[in-house]
Every structure is written in C-alpha cells, then in structure tokens.
Ligand binder design. Sequence first.
Ligand code: XMP
Length: 533
Amino acid sequence: KILILDFGSQVTQLIARRVREAHVFCEVHPCDVSDEWVRAYAADGNLKGIILSGSHASVTEETTDRAPQAVFDLGLPVLGICYGMQTMAQQLGGKVETGHTREFGFAAVRARGHTALLKDIADFTTPEGEGMLNVWMSHGDKVTELPPGFKLMASTDGCPIAGMADEARKFYAVQFHPEVTHTVQGQALLNRFVLGICATKPDWVMGDYISEAVAHIREQVGDEEVILGLSGGVDSSVAAALIHRAIGDQLTCVFVDHGLLRLNEGDMVMDMFVGKLHAKVIRADASDLFLGKLAGVSDPEAKRKIIGGEFVTVFKQEAAKLKGEGAKGAKWLAQGTIYPDVIESGGAKSKKAVTIKSHHNVGGLPAELGLKLLEPLRELFKDEVRELGVALGLPYNMVYRHPFPGPGLGVRILGEVKKEYADLLRRADAIFIEELHNFKDEATGKTWYQLTSQAFTVFLPVKSVGVMGDGRTYDYVVALRAVQTSDFMTADWAELPYALLKKVSGRIINEVRGINRVTYDVSSKPPATIEWE
Ligand code: XMP
C-alpha cells in the first residue's frame, strides 16, 4: 500500500484517486501524524512508498507543517508534490524561498537527466532534443538550493528547480501537480512512482475490499447493534448492503418514506433489501406527517428545513422504538459518507461564505442520539462505491441511478407541495426516465440515461390552456430537465434528440391527465442551478 500524507491541498484526494486508478491501495492521513505512528504503519511490511501532498501554506514560515522525520528514515521511496517537495527539500538540507510572483496554470517543464521518474515520458521534444512535459503549476515558494545528494530532475523558466531526485534513496519531488488531469502525463508519472519505483502490485480490486471491510466492521462493532437511514440512494444502499454482509441482523435500516419519493421507489427499496438481501428494514410511512407540515409553505429553504427536521424526528422515533424491552438498542449510527463528503466537510470548501442551497443532511444526528458513527465508505470515491455495490450484488440500475436530492420531489414541485402535485409529477417523471433508458445514441451505443448525469421532471403549479379532442383543457405544466456534468458544480443542459423529447411530451400529455403542456429547460449551471429550487 501507499501512504499519502495530507498537508491540506485542495487536490490531495486526487492523488489518492490516481493511485487507486493504478489499482494500488492507498490511504490519506494528516501530515501531523507522529514518527511512532508512521513506523507502526510501516511495521507489517506492506507499506511500499509515501507521497507528500501539496498545501496552500508556506514552508518559509516556522509554524507550518513538516513531514514526520520517520518518512525519510524508513528506507522507502518518497514522492513530494509541490509543498511536499518544498518540505522535503528543506528538511533534507536544501533551501526554499518565497518567490515574488505566484506561478499558476499551465507550464512546460524540461525533464532533465534520466531519472527513473521522468525518463522518456515527454509530451513533446524541443528542436534541441529536450523532452518537455505539459504540466499544471500552482505555487508561490520554490526550492532554490538542492539538498545534498539530490540532482536536478526538471525545470521551467520561472522555476529552475521544478523537480529533484536522490535516486540512491528513491526520493523524488516535483513542483507541479501530477494528480490533476491538466498534467497530461500525470497518471503515467504516478504509475511509474507507485508501480515502478515503489514496486507495488496492482492488485487492489473490489472483491478484496469487501472481505477487508467486512472484517473491519465486525471488529469495530463487535456484538453491538447498528442503525442506518436508508434512502434508496446509491451511498446509503451500498453502505447498508456492506454492513449487512458483515453483521446481518445486528443492522436495522430505517427507511423514512416522506411521500416525496419517485414512482414505486419505496416498494423497490423494500423488495431489494427485505425481499432479496433479507435485511431488517423498518419502513416508516410518514407521508401524511411531511405533507401536513409542508402545507402552505412555499419558500424553498423553509421546505428544506421542514423536510430535514421532520426526517430527524421520525428517525429518532424509530431509533427509540428499537430500545424496547429485551432489545439492546443501537449503539452505532451507520452513514453512507463517501470520500468526497469527508474532504468537502473538512476542507476549504466548507468555508465558502454563501449557502446557495442548504443541503438536507443528518450531520447532527449521531451526537443527538448519543451514537457512535460507522462510515464504511469513507475512503471510497463515487465510482468505487458503485463498483462495490455491484460486487455486493446490488442491481446495476440501483447503483448507477442518477443522484436524487434528500428533500426529493419537495424541491421539484415549485412552491407549495401538495399530494395531488406529487402524484402527477411522479407519473410524468417515470415516463421521462423510461424513455431516457429506451433511446440510444447511435454513435456511442449508450442510452440517454447513461449519457446524462441527472435528469428529472419539475412540476410547475401554473395552468395553461390546451385542446384535446373537441374539448378545451386547462391543466398544469411540467418542465423536463437533463444535464451533463462531471462534478455537479457546473453543468450543461443536455442536447437530447428531438425524437426523444417528442415521445416524452406525447406520452406525458396523453397518459397523465392533469398535465397538458411539457417544456424543456435549456439553462446551464451557472447561472441556473440543476434543481429548480
Ligand atoms: P444544484 O441544484 O445546487 O444541485 O445545482 C447540485 C446537486 O445537488 C443536488 N441537490 C441536493 N441534494 N439535498 C440533497 O441531498 C438538497 O437539498 C439538494 N439540493 C440540490 C442536486 O440534485 C444536484 O445533484
């Protein structure tokens, strides 16, 4: 395995991701772990190399973090990236200075010499025959003097020491960021370090992960009981399936049906978890409660708060019931937290000042309930969670479903939420999704459901005039929304084929009495958001 020490860079998670993409297991730990911790971590002989991440801090300040000395004493290969390079240089006797300007963006790096890391790995060659790499740089400080034993590995005009190596000790460092996709050879370079220089075996596969994770969950939980809020979404479903595999009936899932789920969603969740996996699931049908609380409320944030708040109330009631006579009561709350959530809540992103939308979350629950937290997916990326779900036997359609917001149709019915609206919307949306699955793109052979990142129908509580047969109609309008995005921070509206739009609008208007007009949303994010509320 590979250890990544995190000095606080926004992109540390990408290093982990690239290493995993090389099928090598790795873990990210904070940079301020002790020497003893590092030695203990390496003691079983499985640790094959260490990567030091970047940071926004400056090593020229005395109070900033340094790598534990043990990192350089274990005889293992070390790769320093950006700040990781600077701290390596400074700790091993070189010099780092604060530059007058920050270098930020693309740079062409000259790969000097023939180090095992950069040898013959160029994007292009200069007329003089020098190998050049197109890379991404983001730094203010730079190494100005090599530590003893190191040779120059790479340079740019603005940064004469952009890479250095002590090949005898297998210490390598680069000022640029190989983990971001802008660095064209980044994955190749990390593969070289991880697979070549560290000599790891590319044997990280999901099957192994399951047995490790199962053993770990059993060890953590012992004979205590666990409760989990199952939403039917990918993360909570995979967490539930994994924990159930580990501890069976010691797990109780609580599925809160707030009446704002998609068509037949509740039954599908029950069929899968109770019918196929034989897990214990309490289905709390709270739709009347939720709809009652939402009556007369039209502000989106107020609706989110009510749905989030009621969710906690219902969940707590169900958890309390488990404490009945004879029962031990749950000691653990399981959550489907995944690695990007961990980074997002601990990292710089959470410090952003404005709340565009307050996301429905149950972050305060464990403390309120006095439960310990069990988060078996904490170190996985979304695509790994999906792979794990498939490996655990969950159906492909459940695991590869588009994301669905916690407040559900509550934020897809504009303004006041009514049962009548929710029923119409559910039926219209099911038709849209069904046709997205039916229509294939010839060029790629993929369905339009696969080609979009998120697609759904929005209910507009306005009426428009139509004509059907000989009669006049005066009915509701829906909007179809389909976007393509890789991170949900920005998104483009999807250029769905007209034939698909035509089929969907025809079916909705004919099959869903009460809707006589269908529109397509052609707004991108920003300035629009993906959801309408
Ligand atoms: P927006 O609408 O902000 O959505 O562009 C970005 C992503 O977040 C989802 N979303 C939510 N998820 N609770 C959630 O769990 C919410 O309140 C919420 N609001 C938006 C949205 O579906 C999209 O995937």
